[in-house]
Design a protein around this ligand. Sequence first.
Ligand code: SIN
Length: 282
Amino acid sequence: MTQIQATPHQNNFGARIDGLNLSKPLAPETVEIIRQLWIDHQIIYFPNQILNHCDLERFTRYFGDFGTDPYIKPVSGHTHILEIRREPDEAIAPFGASWHSDWSFQATPPSATLLHAKVIPPIGGDTLYADGIRAFAALDIGLKKEIEQLTALHSARRPYSHEGFARNSSHKRSMTITPDDNAWDVQEHPLVRTHPESGHQVLWINPVYTIGIKDIDEAQGCQLLSDLFAHALAPQFIYRHKWSANMLTMWDNRSAQHCAQGGYDGHLRILHRTTVAGDSPV
Ligand code: SIN
């Protein structure tokens, strides 16, 4: 009988999970416990899991179909695994180094992202997570009522258009990123979404992909967004995640946004990433 030990963080945003071997198939009731821990804590992490590509794919599929991952070349032979890699001599900003929820510009953004650590530098390379549930709950009632009515505009243009910041430049980058004109497409999502499983309301905007607010004057929309970003990314809503080699981390992309940190120039960092398909935010 599996002994799952969950150690939640003090504020419940994040939990360490021990007692499982994820390189072996899991019983449905074990998967159900993990699913509930993921919903309750938003970020769950399993240290010391030696996983090959097939193990990572199998574990991901327990939570739904694979998501669709555009713009980045996947691992050869494994179309749903991206390698997040930065070599010791890369001077370019790390991949994912600005606050975002994964692919929020899609009509149905992923529900979960999973990241498995292969090589972790001795310094730096943490990932920050921000809790969109507590951020919404902490707003004053008047602002809550105002923004509940609003529709946010999301687009991949800032990183992934041909002019975007992730385009290939003269600097070395180990990951192959393919910009596309479709990055200019705009997707509408509620600015406050209701989590489909926990029922919590979430402040669901992020500085990379949320480019404006529908039916609001551009300058006014920018000001409101920048005030809301400042609120959502205040220190009390942030958790700094420290990696170790072979740790698997799975987060709820419907309520948490994240930001990769640098600080490890001269060292290699490699993680493998999958996503789980989500539904249309409401
Ligand atoms: C990502 O944004 O998915 C990458 C996060 C990280 O490398 O820490």
